[in-house]
Design a protein around this ligand. Structure first.
Ligand code: PLP
Length: 387
C-alpha cells in the first residue's frame, strides 16, 4: 500500500474533527476526537428507533458489519472476532475458558505494564487455582522478550503482554513473546487497545492466540464497544464459562436446557450487543480504513520523531524509547507535578493526559506538525515541571 507523507494524512482528515478549530488535541490514548460521522451515526440509531422501534434485523446487520471491520483491521477472519462491550468483559470470558485447578499449568504470566483490568482479571483466577507471575521492566522501562523467556515454562497456561504500554508508551515485541509462549506450550494474549487504529496489526503474523482492543481511543468512536480476536485454531480448546445468549450456537433458539456455545469466536460474546455504540464504531473505523493503518502508523511515527527531537532539545526526561519499532502513538515525559503540567497545558487549550507521573502525548491521524510545535512551545514555558 502507498504510504502518504505525514502532513498529507492530517490535512486530509483534520476538518472531520471540529475540536481542532479551538484545541490542540493530543489525547487519543484516553478518547479519540469526535467527528460529525460518529455524531450522525448515533443520530441514525435514534431515528431508526423512533421510526421503527426495535430494528433487530438492522441491528444484527450492523453488528456483523462491525465484526467485519474489526476482522479487516486485524487481517483476521470474521469467525475469529467477537464483538463485545469491553476488553475487560472479553478477557474475563477468555480466562473463564482456562482450567487451572488440578492441572500442571496453573501460571499466568503478565507484564508489569498491563492495564489494571488484565492484572485484576489474572489475579481473580487465583480463586480458581491460578498463580500469577509479573514480568518486571528493565531500568529503562522496557520489557524485552528475554524477560518473558526467564519465567515462561511448562507450568505456564497463559502469557499476557500489552502491545503498547498505556503508562510509558513502550511497544513490546509481541511476535517474539508469542513465540516464547508457544515454544513452552502456553497461550499468548495481547491487549492492543493502545495500538489498534494507529498501528498496523496483523494478528496472524504476530502469532498470538488472543488479541483485544476497543473503539474509545484510536478507532475514533466511544465507550462500550470492544473486540476480541481468537485465532481459529485456538477456538476449539477455549470454551468459556462466562457466557450469555448472544454466545449461543443458535441465538434465537431460546433454549435453556443446555450450554451450546457458538463454534466461532462469538462464543465469547454475552448479552444484547451494544447497538448504539456499534453504529458509532462502524462510522469511526471508516476513517481509519480510508487512510489505512500503514499510512497512519507512518504518520504517527514521523510526528513522534519530531516530538522526540523537540523534547530532547528542551532537555525533557522522555520515558518512551526513540527507536520507531519500540514505540507507537504514545510519547511519555516524566514530570515532577504532572497534574499541574496537564492543567497548565489545558489552560492553553492543549489537551493531554497523565499516568504514573508521566505526561502522555498521543498522536493520531488528525494530528499535524503544527500540533507538535504548539505543544513544544508551551512545554518550553513549563520546563520547571519536567522531572
Ligand atoms: C491498554 C488498555 N487496555 C484496556 C483498557 C480498558 O478497556 P475496557 O474499559 O474496554 O475494559 C484501556 C483503557 O484505557 C487500555 O488503555
Amino acid at each position: 500500500m502507498e504510504v502518504a507523507p505525514a502532513p498529507l494524512v492530517a490535512s486530509r482528515f483534520r476538518e472531520e474533527f471540529p475540536i481542532f478549530e479551538h484545541t490542540t488535541y493530543l489525547n487519543s490514548c484516553s478518547q479519540g476526537a469526535l467527528s460529525p460521522r460518529v455524531r450522525r451515526a448515533y443520530q441514525e440509531y435514534l431515528e431508526g428507533w423512533d421510526a421503527n422501534g426495535a430494528e433487530w434485523g438492522h441491528w444484527v446487520e450492523r453488528a456483523e458489519a462491525m465484526r467485519a471491520v474489526f476482522a479487516r483491521l486485524l487481517h483476521a477472519s470474521t469467525h475469529e472476532i467477537a464483538v463485545v462491550t469491553s476488553v475487560s468483559q472479553a478477557v474475563s470470558a477468555v480466562l473463564s475458558a482456562i482450567r487451572f485447578e488440578g492441572t500442571d499449568r496453573r501460571r499466568i504470566v503478565i507484564s508489569e505494564h498491563e492495564f489494571p483490568s488484565i492484572g485484576q482479571i489474572a489475579h481473580a483466577q487465583e480463586l480458581r487455582g491460578a498463580e500469577v507471575i509479573h514480568v518486571l521492566p528493565e531500568r529503562d522501562g522496557s520489557i524485552p522478550p528475554e524477560k518473558f523467556a526467564e519465567v515462561v515454562d511448562e507450568r505456564t497456561a497463559l502469557v499476557c503482554c500489552t502491545t503498547v504500554s498505556y503508562r510509558t508508551g513502550h511497544r513490546h515485541d509481541i511476535g517474539e513473546i508469542a513465540r516464547i509462549a508457544h515454544e513452552r506450550g502456553a497461550l499468548c494474549l495481547a491487549d492492543s487497545y493502545q495500538a489498534v487504529g494507529a498501528v498496523d496489526i496483523d494478528a496472524h503474523a504476530l502469532g498470538v492466540d488472543v488479541l483485544a482492543g476497543g473503539t474509545v481511543k484510536y478507532l475514533l468512536a466511544s465507550a462500550g464497544l470492544a473486540f476480541l480476536y481468537v485465532r481459529g485454531d485456538a477456538l476449539e480448546r477455549l470454551v468459556p464459562t462466562q457466557t450469555g445468549w448472544f454466545a449461543d450456537a443458535d441465538i434465537f433458539e431460546m433454549d435453556i436446557s443446555d450450554y451450546s456455545p457458538a463454534a466461532d469466536a462469538r462464543r465469547f460474546e454475552a448479552g444484547t450487543p451494544p447497538v448504539p455504540n456499534i453504529y458509532a464504531g462502524v462510522a469511526g473505523a471508516s476513517m481509519i480504513e480510508e487512510v489505512g493503518t500503514p499510512a497512519i502508523e507512518r504518520h504517527v511515527e514521523l510526528l513522534g520523531t519530531r516530538l522526540l527531537d523537540g523534547l530532547e532539545a528542551l532537555g525533557a526526561p522522555v520515558v518512551t524509547p526513540r527507536e520507531p519499532d519500540q514505540r507507537g502513538p504514545l510519547i511519555c515525559v516524566r514530570s515532577s507535578d504532572v497534574d499541574a503540567l496537564v492543567a497548565a497545558l489545558a489552560a492553553e487549550r492543549i489537551v493531554v493526559s497523565s499516568r504514573d507521573g508521566n505526561l502522555r502525548v498521543a498522536l493520531h491521524l488528525y494530528n499535524s506538525e503544527e500540533d507538535i510545535d504548539t505543544l513544544l512551545v508551551a512545554l518550553s514555558r513549563h520546563r520547571a515541571l519536567f522531572g
